[in-house]
Design a protein around this ligand. Structure first.
Ligand code: NAP
Length: 310
């Protein structure tokens, strides 16, 4: 597998296995987050050779960005990595609000720069559409921030196909991040082909289907947390998927990697996808996911694995 890739046409070059930082300091999303484990996990990303961090304000309400910034400052490694982050959410006494207004995005970038202890963000995403601001106006604000040197590439996330087309009306969108994995390949129909046509890099989130595609869950050992409420973790659909996942063991053995590595390598074999950003709850999972770089799947193997889940 290629050891360095460019994210679309952004000029940003990274190792194709990035790091999804939604567990780092994310007290608002997961129970029992230990910030010392978060720090060790970020240090492990750096020592394992990954160099692409995917954070967001929503991951710990700024804490994920702060901890990444802290470790990069401590290790002096800022210039070795590519930092992506996102904003849209405002936490108020009456709940969470979404904002894509140019004023909000401009301020959000300034605050994220402080938390990350840097003077530029490599890739900044609008995390969710707010349903009010015209998407092209929101992206126009990011274009001005790019011209000002505060961000280097423009991303949008969780946009519908229609909203994406408006957001990219002037061709300014560099990256689209949306939910995609081998078990929910729906975006192969329209969004991924659109991204390929427009020279936009598509970054799938939840590439391991939140752990379902790692091979660690069994019929008698389903997850015990919020995941058990999700459709893919229930009933016959769950049993069918884990049987398919288990059937990848032979291919994993052939390449001397894990089932999770086969799934990530297959995802990287799909046209339009340059990088994956698996999440990890521990330094061990970071190291395990980096072994994907050792999995040199043939085109036929990629297609066989994809066909299994279709
Ligand atoms: P994921 O990558 O599909 O799954 C990650 C989870 O799988 C980990 O938290 C861990 O949970 C388990 N895991 C990871 N590596 C493993 C390994 N080698 N062996 C066994 N288990 C392993 O899903 P995700 O973390 O939700 O998504 C990835 C990233 O995408 C996020 O971190 C975030 O940066 C981004 N994201 C973006 C959005 C958006 O709206 N733009 C939404 C969701 C995610 P357990 O140990 O608890 O099983």
């Amino acid at each position: 597998m290629e050891k360095r890739v460019e994210i679309g046409n952004t000029g940003l070059r990274v190792t194709p296995i990035g790091f999804g930082a939604n567990t780092i300091g994310a007290h608002n999303l997961f129970q029992d987050i230990d910030e010392e484990v978060s720090r060790q996990t970020v240090r492990e990303v750096l020592s394992a050779g990954a160099d692409f961090f995917d954070s967001a304000f929503m991951y710990g309400l700024g804490r994920s960005e702060e901890l990444i910034g802290e470790i990069l400052a401590e290790t002096g490694r800022r210039s070795d990595v590519v930092l992506a982050t996102k904003a849209t959410h405002i936490v108020t006494d009456s709940g969470i609000k979404l904002d894509n207004s140019p004023a909000f995005l401009t301020e959000a970038v300034d605050i994220a720069l402080k938390r990350l202890q840097t003077d530029y963000i490599d890739l900044f995403y609008i995390h969710f559409p707010d349903g009010v601001t015209p998407p092209d106006e929101a992206v126009g604000a990011l274009k001005r921030l790019k011209e000002a040197g505060k961000i280097r590439a423009i991303g949008v996330s969780n946009f519908s196909m229609e909203a994406l087309k408006v957001a990219n009306k002037d061709g300014y969108v560099d990256v689209v991040q949306d939910k995609y994995s081998l078990v929910y390949p729906e975006l192969e129909r329209d969004m991924i082909p659109y991204c390929i046509e427009q020279g936009i890099s598509f970054i799938p989130y939840t590439p391991l289907a939140s752990g379902l595609l790692t091979g660690k869950f069994t019929a008698n050992n389903p997850p015990q947390d919020f995941r058990k409420e999700r459709p893919h973790f229930q009933g016959q659909a769950y049993l069918d998927t884990i049987a398919k996942v288990d059937s990848l063991q032979g291919l994993a053995d052939k390449h001397h990697v894990s089932i999770a590595n086969i799934v990530l390598a297959t995802t990287l074999g799909i046209d339009g996808i340059d990088v994956v950003i698996p999440g990890a709850k521990s330094p061990e999972q970071v190291r395990a996911n980096m072994k994907t770089l050792d999995a040199d799947l043939t085109h036929e193997e990629v297609e066989q694995v994809r066909a299994l889940f279709k």
